[in-house]
Design a protein around this ligand. Sequence first.
Ligand code: ASP
Length: 362
Amino acid sequence: MVQASSSSTQPTQPVQAAEHVQTATASDGGAADHGLPLIAVLATGGTIAGVQASATSSSYVAGSISVDQLLASVPQLAGLARLHTEQVANVGSQNMTHAVWQALAARVRALDVDPDVQGVVVTHGTDTLEETAFFLGLTAPTRKPLVLVGAMRPATALSADGPANLFAAVALARHRAAREQGPLVIMNGDIHAARDVQKIAASGINAFASPNGGRIGVMVGVEPLFHGHAQSAFDHFDLDTLGPAAQWPRVAIVYAHADLQADVIDALAAIYDGLVLAGVGDGNATDAALEALKRASAAGVVVVRASRTGSGYVGRGAEVDDSAAGFVAAGELSAQKARVLLMVGLTRTRDPVCLQEIFDRR
Ligand code: ASP
């Protein structure tokens, strides 16, 4: 039942996908009772599809090769699964857009109810991979395995990490144990839950971690070894009720630092529906910044306090009186994930009390 459409390499817009089903004849090692499982691979670009001028060059262009070229570099996949491929976009994920998210979430939902498909893999740049994974967890609840994967080295590099990551992603996506865990991220052999995973390093192949909860599993050959189960602990937002991506609420992130002034916050508050503070420590900021955020809140801009530290918990009322200010506390969510949750949450309510409940439920 899988469907497809034409391919394109438009830089930032979602493209209708080109269907390509690759059949394989090798054994899958017993994962499927009747032949190889069908895994859908939705490609969005990234370094995993990046190309250098030479194999030793440090510069490259992300999102350069097609999904079928990418898969052709991993012939061992033929022993794991039949692959249905779609080129949803082909961008460096620094250019990921809400429009691509919307298109991607719609395909994930469709494939989840497609009886022919056993699991879905999304190839993605690493820069915003965690945001896409989190967004899909909010808007595309799945029963089947949904695995996001990227690479830190381009496809043409010496010791490219993409092929092994992709192999592991397909192996994970065909596995029953990966079902009903929401989006999973696999990088460098580690399995992470979408709500916890973060890119924590700008370089090196071990660039992903789950700072609060830890990874939830590892791949041992073609088998996942789970240490825990990623409860799909997301509030789910119906994609259809979000409306066109261009009309989604606008949420900006303010990065706190020593001597942060009010002017940047006042300027943003005039044009955004919501502000997330990537605060110092437990979501804190200068008195001037907090006063500006209170002004924003009083004017109807929803303010969420998160932390720039990369881990830990931002609770209500520790050093900032959230109730008096009308602020929302982000809990364990990073500022970039709090931005996603606030954006979709604002399509449901602008009430900070209700939004705090949404943040607490996740
Ligand atoms: N800038 C690239 C991207 O996010 C980096 C990567 O994929 O590793 O698409």
